[in-house]
Design a protein around this ligand. Structure first.
Ligand SMILES: C[S@@+](CC[C@H](N)C(=O)[O-])C[C@H]1O[C@@H](n2cnc3c(N)ncnc32)[C@H](O)[C@@H]1O
Length: 202
């Protein structure tokens, strides 16, 4: 099993002891065993080396997705499985139907990333079933599962999640934090969407 873009190994720690991880960032992988620094676009593995490849909150960020998919197809066994968790942002609600204490919408608004939190990073095909079908001809794509996560809590807990999930200009971080606190108070709600996506290699 391979964990693609394993970051600091949070998911890897829950996988089989035989699973290995790669990440482009040496800072992320240098403290971990069973990992290597590598790019998803050029995997340093033999053909058909893996039965399963996981990818948690990173597939939406990759450049040159067709090349990543070509590498997945090369290193996966025939009928091997690619499982990805894709970030879906805040719960998609019309602005007038939003929970006024939902810190996710306010945070993106303060960052200037609403409406519909544009501009988004990466290739938009990574985020939809139709996009996966276009990117992965010959693969079997199972319907995406939509999960809604309740990440509400203390202001500190919510800030920790939002501030570490999005790039925040360090010079503006204090002002953004204060504005968010003024809008949402000490116990904000914070609802996020993720998709569980699954594709079986040809
Ligand atoms: C949002 S983090 C997710 C990390 C980890 N999977 C997790 O859930 O904690 C995205 C990761 O993708 C990695 N990454 C970005 N582009 C990459 C690429 N082309 N090849 C490999 N890793 C990449 C980054 O270094 C970062 O660790």
């Amino acid at each position: 099993m391979l964990d693609l873009a394993c970051g600091d190994g949070e998911l890897l720690a829950h996988l089989s002891a035989e699973a290995i991880g790669i990440d482009v960032s040496f800072d992320e992988v240098r403290h971990l065993g069973r990992t290597a620094q590598a790019r998803a676009q050029a995997l340093p593995f033999a053909d058909h080396a893996f039965d399963t490849i996981t990818c948690h909150l990173a597939f939406m960020l990759f450049e040159d997705l067709p090349q990543v998919v070509a590498e997945l197809e090369r290193v996966l066994a025939s009928h091997g499985e690619f499982l990805a968790v894709l970030g879906g942002g805040p719960v998609a609600e019309a602005p007038d139907a939003r929970d006024p204490r939902d810190a996710f919408h306010h945070f993106l608004e303060i960052l200037g990333r609403l409406p519909r939190h544009a501009p988004r990073f990466g290739d938009p095909r990574a985020r939809s079933e139709a996009g996966w079908r276009a990117l992965m001809p010959g693969w079997t794509i199972t319907p995406f599962e939509r999960w809604q996560l309740d990440l509400g809590g203390t202001f500190e807990e919510v800030w920790e999640f939002l501030g570490s999930s999005y790039e925040v200009d360090p010079d503006r971080a204090e002002a953004i934090r204060a504005e968010l606190h003024a809008r949402c108070g000490d116990r904000p709600t914070c609802n996020a969407v993720v998709f569980l996506a699954r594709a079986i290699a040809p």
